[in-house]
Design a protein. Structure first.
Length: 152
């Protein structure tokens, strides 16, 4: 259940707070293969289970950018801003991939609101999202997402 903000301006009061976590998602080989097809990145470490089994991680691993792209799936599960005419992705900063995500892992997003500032006609919000790996100490991805929300 997402944390709900009735207006974009309500986000100012939550700076520095944890916003919550998404549902767990199984990262299976089919999803990794679909991402490889979409991006053209068919490196064996991602798509060849036989070769990857004898590689440095003992199995196929998800593309780092697949872990990053899942943030778009996780964020709406974590936070909902109402009273909008429009919300847009403005970009991201500080993308890191601290740990590999092995095929068959469960991942989820956890988010913290790190900054809110006024911009012409709305607010700009920075949310740090960590793509957590079930049973692992380090996340698969950490990114500061930047969104702009324009009130209705």
């Amino acid at each position: 259940m997402p944390r709900i903000f009735d207006t974009p301006m309500a986000l100012f009061d939550a700076v520095g707070q944890a916003l919550g976590v998404s549902d767990w998602l199984l990262l299976d080989q089919a999803r990794i293969n679909l991402f490889a097809d979409a991006t053209g990145d068919h490196q064996w470490i991602h798509v060849d289970p036989v070769k990857a089994a004898s590689g440095p991680f003992g199995a196929c691993i998800a593309h780092g950018y697949l872990s990053l792209s899942l943030v778009n799936l996780f964020l709406p599960q974590i936070v909902e801003v109402r009273g909008l005419a429009m919300g847009v992705n403005y970009g991201c900063e500080r993308v890191r991939f601290p740990s590999v995500v092995r095929v068959g892992s469960r991942v989820r997003g956890s988010a913290q609101l790190t900054a809110v500032e006024e911009v012409k006609g709305g607010v700009q919000v920075t949310i740090r999202v960590s793509v957590e790996i079930d049973g692992e100490e380090r996340p698969g991805c950490v990114v500061d997402t930047i969104s702009r929300y324009y009130p209705a």
